[in-house]
Design a protein around this ligand. Structure first.
Ligand SMILES: [Zn+2]
Length: 202
């Protein structure tokens, strides 16, 4: 017999949900995180799947969030992230989601934006085919990487679209307030802040 908490969880999962602010890297399954970390040489504080995502502060949350990001080193890592994100979101009642992706540190480390976008799109597409639920992407740039990186990111996404790369899921956020510098965001150090979209590019 199901416990009361199990029945409550099932009822909550059954509620349809629109999710408009989800950072896709934060949906990385704990088991996937551990697997990718092992393969990519990322040291983890624990491999206990029930402990990995435990935190008691914003800093604690951000630490594990960045840790998950760090494990994404190949296009198929991004594809798997996106695919599993769709399956897991749908299983918990998501009927539509807009997911941020924040590749600044990956680009700085030599990954290519077109590879990342293509991989995310492939993963989302596979998940959508399986679930029938629609997911979208929003490009996001980390504040700490500065204005030049932000403008380059915007330019690269625009160039990819002009080149015919499938970017129909990308709503590109404008990260710069011209003449005012980069807007302040809350939280701890600036490096932990993402600038959110304030203007779609189409
Ligand atoms: Zn956010």
């Amino acid at each position: 017999m199901n416990t009361l908490s199990q029945r409550i969880c099932a009822a909550l999962d059954a509620l349809p949900k629109l999710e408009l602010h989800c950072h896709i890297e934060g949906t990385l399954r704990p088991a996937t995180l551990v697997e990718l970390a092992g393969r990519n040489g990322v040291r983890l504080p624990t491999t206990d799947l029930t402990e990995l995502y435990r935190y008691d502060s914003l800093d604690g949350f951000l630490s594990v969030f960045w840790l998950g990001q760090e494990t994404l080193s190949r296009p198929d890592d991004w594809e798997r992230l996106a695919y599993e994100s769709v399956l897991d979101g749908t299983a918990h009642g998501v009927v539509y989601r807009e997911s941020f992706f924040s590749p600044a540190r990956h680009l700085a480390a030599g990954q290519r934006l077109d590879d990342i976008v293509a991989a995310l799109d492939a993963g989302l597409t596979a998940g959508e085919v399986e679930t029938g639920v629609r997911y979208q992407l929003i490009g996001d740039i980390d504040r700490a990487f500065g204005r030049v990186a932000a403008e380059q990111f915007v330019g690269e996404l625009a160039a990819l679209r002009r080149a015919g790369v499938r970017l129909r899921r990308c709503r590109l956020g404008m990260v710069i307030r011209r003449g005012r510098g980069i807007p302040a965001t809350r939280g701890r150090a600036a490096r932990d802040q993402s600038l959110r979209a304030s203007r779609p590019d189409r």
